[in-house]
Design a binder for this molecule. Structure first.
Ligand code: IVH
Length: 713
């Protein structure tokens, strides 16, 4: 959470509560502040002295929060300081200064944007799309500098943010103007809007230069974007297609009050003009920007040579999906500024830099048809059949449309040209319709009244987003999906029993449910498509092997609604034996950590069905077995009574998994660090929670320790 202000400081825009606004300015050192005891004011001060001191403190905490990512006070303490300054300024309006943290907005809406000419043009970047093109760039740099290709060049590497380029001008430390990139030579004056962005200082700090024009990217984080859209949906306002569009729309508001309500932020990546300061390298200039109070991306690095550039690219590509902001590539810049000068610029792009782009995650294509897929629980999912398109590094011809509400919200029709997104391992989705390209003849998408697979009734439960086939296990689609789920790697892990094989087995009436799998003979399999004798034998062997399993896997494999791997594990550890779980009543289920009324209801319902009990009995009869789990009393668990906080990303666990393990170990998992926290488990790229733990002296352990705890369970 950002430092915010509660109570009287909240103001309202269009009925929405908005965070307060404040700034960073020239301030005493943090050490001095800490020594002074923060808010404790011993000697009686005059109101002007108090205002100056409060501003300095607030600005300093902002700097620690936004730029250093290392806050030293809680949000509540920060709010207190901010309110104090507001009250003081209300009593003494003559003390208000334009760069007071309370004065971020206040300017009236504009009639239109004025033009600002850039002192130094804002250039664009040449692109590279593969390693060969990156190598070409590096070779050109060597050639121009008359360097031996074997002598590595030092490059500054930075993520390429997908936002909007802006230029900020500071004179005597004060933010005096801000402009969009425009055509590179002149842009629009967006000073009023830029002032509302809390991570941009209204006043520089440390030994700032008399004149500074700094360039960077304004953007909205993924989290901020999700919150913004959730808010828009609630109030019935237009939702944004992606963070970039949201940032662009927010920056181009004539009314700064609206911009202030949008979660914009900025990373600075270069200097346009500087007077009174000199740097030898680009990386040195980034360090100086940080010292002066400007936010610089901490993922920036300095490397030597092409090979290390490629490694940096791979590293960022693998981290991309987990970052809280959108990036579309990485930028490599020759670090030495003297070399940059020698290399110069060609057709509006510097010869000393290149953007090595990731495969685009969004592309346009056309919807040729829409089919409805029936899932394990009968849910009907509309799937768009697309004109194949290369996106996110793969050819995509199907994309999910989620449900009918989404179709209505996005107004999607067959024949439309749409934006398709494929990011990381996420299922491709239709993001939006390009209305300008809508042909005259389009076809509306309607929910079928009968299941396209079994012909049973389709029910759209009011208030639920999904429509379901009511056929249950008489529907072959539902049967296929539940058997696929049963056989999956994370469930019974039956190697070689893939989706296609399950479909054939059901279609040929060889199996009707999961228990039938264990009656199969090799010769029945061998006759099927893509099944030779050897592979048939392998599947039979895999089935045999799968009979020895664990209780959490077996519970998960049953496919009870809302019982994913995490809950399955929790239930297994709470009851220890399947018969105990099957006999549990609602009260016993609700007594389990993390089991709520919905899960309890589904579990009860599942085990009440005679057909399900029969399948379980047949599975056990066929030889499926697992060791019982020793159920420990809550107070005997290894982490009983301990409060644990997770931060950063983990390699071996999802957040959910890590939390489930900790609960099973008896710990309480909390979202924020305080003096009462017993352990902080820090994964990669841990940020402010880790810093806070270190400041408070809380024990910090790594992922390997968590693994050891889990193994011991
Ligand atoms: S440097 C002379 N660094 O990419 C070099 N640009 O196509 C000017 N961008 O308009 C840009 N992240 O909006 C630079 N770390 C980064 C960047 C970055 C994003 C954008 C910027 C610029 C465009 C160039």
């Amino acid at each position: 959470m950002q430092p915010g202000v509660v109570g009287p400081c909240l103001y309202s825009i269009n009925g929405m509560l908005c965070p307060p606004i404040f700034s960073v300015g020239a301030a005493p050192s943090v050490a001095a502040l800490l020594e002074s005891g923060l808010t404790t004011m011993t000697a009686k001060q005059t109101p002007p002295q108090e205002a100056t001191k409060l501003r300095a403190e607030i600005n300093d905490h902002n700097y620690r929060y936004y730029v250093l990512d290392a806050p030293v006070i809680s949000d509540a303490q920060f709010d207190k300081l901010f309110r104090k300054l507001q009250e003081l300024e209300a009593q003494h309006p003559e003390l208000i200064t334009p760069d007071s943290p309370t004065q971020r907005i206040g300017a009236k809406p504009l009639a239109g944007f004025e033009e600002i000419k850039h002192t130094v043009p804002m250039l664009s970047l040449a692109n590279a799309f593969d390693e060969d093109e990156l190598a070409d760039f590096d070779r050109r740099v060597h050639d121009r500098l008359k360097r031996d290709i074997e002598a590595p060049i030092t490059y500054s590497c930075e993520p390429k943010l997908d936002g909007l380029a802006v230029s900020l001008r500071y004179e005597a430390g004060k933010l005096v103007s801000a402009a969009t990139r425009g055509d590179g030579y002149a842009g629009e004056d967006i000073t009023q809007n830029i002032r509302t962005i809390k991570s941009i200082p209204l006043h520089l700090r440390d030994k700032f230069p008399p004149v500074l024009e700094v360039r960077g990217e304004v953007f909205i984080s993924k989290k901020g974007f999700a919150e913004l859209n959730a808010r828009a949906e609630k109030t019935g306002e237009k939702v944004f297609v992606n963070p970039r569009n949201a940032a662009a729309g927010s920056l181009r508001q004539l009314d700064p009050q609206i911009t202030a309500s949008r979660p914009l932020t900025m990373f600075c990546y270069g200097v346009g003009v500087v007077e009174g300061a000199e740097f030898k390298s680009h990386s040195e200039s980034l360090q100086a920007l940080k010292r002066w109070g400007l936010r610089v991306n901490t993922a920036a690095a300095v490397v030597k040579g092409l090979k290390q550039c490629a490694t940096y690219y791979q590293k960022m590509a693998s981290q991309r999906a987990g970052l809280d902001y959108d990036i579309d590539g990485v930028v490599f810049k020759v670090d030495d500024l003297a070399l940059q000068k020698t290399l110069g610029t060609v057709s509006r792009a510097p010869r000393w830099a290149v953007a090595y782009k990731f495969p685009a995650e969004e592309e346009n294509t056309q919807i040729e048809a829409v089919d409805f897929q029936v899932g394990r629980t009968g849910a009907l999912t509309p799937v768009a059949r697309l004109k194949p398109v290369f996106v996110g590094g793969a050819t995509v011809s199907n994309a999910t449309l989620h449900n009918m509400d989404e179709i209505a919200r996005k107004d999607v029709r067959v024949g439309d040209t749409v934006v398709v997104r494929r990011a990381g391992d996420v299922i491709p989705m239709v993001v939006s319709v390009i209305k300008e390209k809508r042909p005259k003849q389009t076809q509306e998408i309607t929910l079928p009244s009968e299941c396209p697979i079994c012909g049973s009734e389709v029910m759209h439960v009011p208030g639920e987003a999904v429509a379901r086939c009511m056929g249950g296990l008489t529907c072959s689609a539902q049967r296929k999906e539940s058997i696929k789920h049963f056989a999956a790697r994370r469930a019974m892990d039956i190697e070689g029993l893939g989706d296609k094989l399950v479909e054939q087995l059901v279609d040929h009436d060889l199996i009707h449910d999961a228990a039938d799998l264990y009656t199969l003979k090799a010769d029945q399999l061998a006759g099927l498509e893509r099944m030779a004798e050897k592979s048939a034998d392998n599947v039979i062997a895999a089935l045999e092997k799968s009979k020895t399993t664990t209780l959490p896997r077996f519970i998960y494999a049953l496919g009870i609604r809302e019982v994913g791997e995490t809950i399955a594990r929790t239930l297994a550890h709470a009851f220890g034996r399947l018969d105990k779980l099957m006999a549990a009543d609602e009260e016993a289920l609700l007594a389990v950590n993390d089991v709520g009324p919905i899960v309890a209801e589904y579990v009860l319902h599942f085990f009440q069905q005679a057909s399900n009990r029969k399948v379980i009995e047949r599975l056990q009869h066929a030889g499926v077995h697992w060791p019982a789990i020793e159920v420990k009393a809550a107070e005997d668990l290894p982490l009983a009574g301990k409060t644990v906080v997770l931060t950063g990303t983990f390699t071996h666990f999802s957040r959910e998994d890590a939390k489930a393990h900790l609960l099973a170990l008896g710990a309480k998992v909390s979202g924020s660090v305080s003096k009462k926290t017993d352990f902080v488990i820090a994964g990669e790229s841990a940020g402010s929670k880790l810093t806070k733990a270190q400041n408070l002296g809380v024990t910090v352990v790594d992922e390997a320790t968590l693994q050891k705890w889990v193994a011991a369970l």
